[in-house]
Design a protein around this ligand. Sequence first.
Ligand SMILES: C[S@@+](CC[C@H](N)C(=O)[O-])C[C@H]1O[C@@H](n2cnc3c(N)ncnc32)[C@H](O)[C@@H]1O
Length: 273
Amino acid sequence: MTTTASQEAFLQAFHAEYPAVTAEAFGRGHAPDGRSSYEILCDRVAGSMRVLDLGCGDGLLLEFLARRSGRQLAGVDLSPHSLALARRRPALSEAKLEEGRAQELPFADDSFDACVSHMALMLMSEIEQVASEVARVLSPGGVLACVVGGGAVGGEAYERFLALLRCTIEETPASQRIPALGDKRTRSREGLDEVLGPAGFTAVDWETVPIDLSAPGEQVWAAVSSLYDLGPLDRATLDRLREAFFAEVRDMTTSEGHVPCAFKIHLATARLR
Ligand SMILES: C[S@@+](CC[C@H](N)C(=O)[O-])C[C@H]1O[C@@H](n2cnc3c(N)ncnc32)[C@H](O)[C@@H]1O
């Protein structure tokens, strides 16, 4: 199997088991202005009527987009299980939801005014091919707006969880490690410019926003433990990680049992020339 094929096989298998994992973990997170990362992204394409969601998962972002009436919506994802959940959303009954790869979009040239992607672009390999496909299906002047993960804010539970996870993975046999996913250039403004510029996009507008996920401990654990890296870990390793996590955040847990937790998102927007 090629590297790309094994990455995509991993993603498909993971989402067969956890088809709504991202929306469940991060949908309730909120920025300082109270909006979720999904709503922030939705607002970035407020004026666009034909919108494609790349790596749409279970369709939460598309549901926000559907609140504007008259919009033509489409989504593409590798995971048939996540798409099955998206198809169950009444607001998406008219949306074109296709199983497929962002590297070979099943849509005609000039089909969309905007393309959005929430926590998915950063997982995609052959990223130049994705950029050229997005440019093909967008109309001239169309917008690409993406949210990519930016790591921990610091001084809260997610930072401590990531440190524990790093140690756990180092001690874990290779058979329980996930393949390297995506292209790290999608995680920086300079990297994205390098990818998107040759496909015909303007320089990337880049904004970093903290997203608060503070909640009762069990809810914070559910969010942080939804990362792909935990998928292949065996039960005993998971139990040890969970125990270590709760010990690690004890000193920051409030008397009501709330644990401070936050992560950063990068919001990248570029326009097709
Ligand atoms: C972290 S999930 C995010 C799902 C959804 N956008 C959300 O934020 O709720 C990433 C999604 O991207 C999809 N994905 C990853 N690589 C893809 C590719 N090359 N083409 C299409 N979908 C892809 C995965 O199947 C998965 O559903």
